[in-house]
Design a protein around this ligand. Structure first.
Ligand code: ZN
Length: 156
């Protein structure tokens, strides 16, 4: 676990920038990325409300910024990021390149965008636990790949 590297940006998903929950961990050659709590711009949420509860939108559309957001959160919560899930973990192999952009330089590895493993959740606690489970799995694989004797003892 001491050689796991954590990153502060969302590791996958086109709308990852709008996800308020994200965990991103590099273990060996694998990036384990969990995202969730998708909170798009107001315009997008208004479209969602129009489809699912036009009456609610009519009553609340006049509200300003935070007040609208609070009412929206109470009525709809975060958007799903996939079929019946608000959080997901995906595992990718990294390409070997990392972010060295002048205005960022966060060191985030570039992923090869074919997911190797996946899990979906609907609560932050499950997403957190799921992320660690996936990291442990990756850790074991990395140890085995390195031929480490530590892997033998922890294998289930
Ligand atoms: Zn970066």
């Amino acid at each position: 676990m001491s050689d796991w590297k954590w990153f502060g940006h969302a590791g996958h998903l086109i709308v990852g920038y709008a996800c308020r929950f994200h965990l991103c961990t590099l273990i060996g050659e694998h990036l384990v990325s969990t995202v969730g709590e998708y909170w798009p711009e107001r315009e997008v949420r208004e479209i969602h409300a129009k489809v699912y509860d036009p009456g609610w939108l009519k009553e609340n559309r006049h509200l300003n910024g935070d007040t609208f957001d609070a009412a929206y959160m109470k009525r709809f919560g975060y958007e799903d990021i996939g079929c019946d899930r608000k959080y997901e973990t995906m595992v990718f192999k990294v390409s070997g390149k990392t972010c060295t952009a002048e205005d960022c330089n966060c060191g985030m590895p570039t992923i090869i965008p074919d997911e190797l493993d996946f899990a979906g959740y609907n609560a932050a606690g499950s997403a957190m636990t799921g992320h660690y489970t996936m990291c442990e799995k990756g850790n074991l694989a990395a140890q085995q790949a390195a031929g480490g004797s530590a892997a033998a003892g922890s294998q289930k």
